[in-house]
Ligand binder design. Structure first.
Ligand code: FUL
Length: 465
């Protein structure tokens, strides 16, 4: 094995990254003063009195998300305008100054509690850029202010699974820009919520590089990083160009001083804007558009963070709820039955009796087929018998607790006496989905042409949409 491959294969997700990846599909809720001014970015001068949802019901958000198959809600506790959805003790610019619940309300609490009651995880978006706070731009003072706000969010609302630090940053009310003390923010999150991933401007989860919800065709979780002494405070995002076409280019991986597990999150809104605008009620993304996003995010080794903006009532709009349910129904229908299970799967290599090919068909993520230790290539052949079912979707999953191993694969079908290519790719990772034309053949085989370590698969799936 080349030493580069050995180094790459040795990079593993942390338990918090693993738990985050397993969520697959999560919700963003952009809600705040902008909901009431019909804007996307507030200026920080808005009257808190504008914040007046008439029927806020976080249980309705949770219900819609749960039925949609989502596993977490990340709430914009504070957006760039600085207005806090919780009664922060460190600013007057919050729900406390609003008429909502006579100034005694706390949206963060209501959403956190509803998530817990409904079995969803809860995450917070807290914008470092604050266009209201007077200390913004006065670096040490604002850093302290921001840490105090974070402390409130991280200590007052139970378990937080994700902390989302937005990259948008410009001047504050006094025209000055702030130097963020990222490392001190990270230390605080680690200390107060050690199981939370820190996303975007953070060390655990990277921004995929666009706001359309689309990962690259081959999205890698192991990336080159600048050398840093302490994993927990590494500001990877400053060294990784999230928008580059190829983040894991072979030469850069080989030359990297340090390699990191840094998986992608695909954020996108179900509507054109991040915040609710009545004018966009008829512009909720279509089912085919959302399906395309799903296949190109969840199906590309990434987590899908889909924004559903609560409206002025404080509810998810009926159109959005209906669309979420449609997407769920459509995916549930497609993935109801793994058609590969009707056949017999055989591997040309297996590590031991516990890691035979059947482990890739047993619907369990914690069992897997694995090739013998010195193999870097393998073939899994599926005999579908005399009356083979038709399929048009392929699903592959690696057990990522072992790292990301497969680097080239192809699916072939036995057709009139020879093997024909159906699809091919490079990265598999946590989950890879391929949409195919309708295929009906007596035998298919997955050829793993290249791997960094003996390849392993937790799932080999074929489905019909
Ligand atoms: C961006 C922000 O500027 C947008 O308003 C939104 O919050 C999006 C998720 O991130 O950087």
């Amino acid at each position: 094995m080349s030493t580069v491959d050995a180094r790459l294969a040795a990079v593993r997700p942390s338990p918090r990254q693993q738990a985050w990846q397993e969520m697959e599909y999560i919700a963003f809720a952009h809600f705040g003063i902008n909901t009431f001014t019909d804007r996307e970015w507030g200026e920080g001068t808005e009257e808190p009195a504008l914040f007046s949802p008439t029927a806020l019901d976080a249980g309705q958000w949770v219900d819609a998300c749960r039925r949609a198959g989502m596993r977490m809600i990340i709430l914009t506790a504070k957006h760039h305008d600085g207005f806090c959805l919780w009664p922060s003790a460190h600013t007057e610019h919050s729900v406390r100054q609003s008429p909502w619940r006579q100034g005694r309300g706390d949206v963060v609490r209501e959403v956190a509690d509803a998530c817990r009651a409904g079995g969803l995880r809860f995450g917070v978006y807290c914008s470092p850029w604050d266009r209201h706070e007077p200390s913004y731009g006065n670096s040490p003072a604002y850093n302290q202010f921001f840490r105090r706000q974070l402390t409130e969010l991280l200590t007052g609302y139970g378990e937080i699974a994700e902390v989302w630090f937005d990259g948008a940053c410009a001047e504050g009310p006094n025209g000055r820009r702030q130097e963020y003390d990222w490392e001190s923010y990270y230390r605080l999150v680690r200390q107060l919520q050690p199981q939370a991933v820190i996303a975007i401007c953070g060390p655990d989860v990277r921004w995929v590089g666009n706001e359309s919800g689309l990962a690259r065709d081959d999205e890698w979780s192991v990336l080159p990083a600048a050398a840093a002494a302490d994993d927990d405070v590494a500001t990877h995002f400053q060294h990784v160009d999230s928008q580059a076409g190829d983040l894991a280019d072979g030469a850069r991986l080989a030359a990297a001083e340090r390699l990191i597990w840094y998986p992608a999150e695909c954020d996108v809104s179900i509507r054109p804007g991040w915040f609710y605008h009545a004018a966009e009620d008829l512009r909720v993304k279509s089912l085919p558009h959302l399906e395309d996003i799903y296949y190109r995010s969840v199906g590309r080794n990434s987590v899908l963070l889909l924004n559903v903006p609560p409206d002025r009532r404080g509810l998810f709009h009926e159109y959005d709820v209906a669309r979420l349910a449609e997407l769920r129904r459509s995916l549930a229908r497609t993935f109801a039955e793994n058609l590969a299970r009707v056949g017999t799967l055989q591997a040309d290599s297996q590590a031991d009796a516990g890691h035979g090919a059947a482990a890739a068909l047993d619907r369990r993520a914690d069992t897997w087929w694995s090739a013998a230790p010195d193999c870097r290539q393998a073939v899994l052949e599926l005999d579908l018998g005399a009356a083979p079912p038709a399929f048009d979707r392929l699903e592959l999953r690696e057990p990522i607790a072992l790292g990301q191993r497969i680097t080239r694969f192809r699916l072939e079908g036995w057709d009139h006496g020879c093997w024909r290519l159906i699809c091919e790719g490079a990265s598999v990772g946590y989950r890879r989905l391929e949409r195919l034309g309708r295929i009906q053949v007596p035998r298919v085989r997955l050829v793993i042409d290249q791997a960094r370590e003996s390849p392993a698969l937790a799932t080999f799936g074929l489905y019909l949409s």
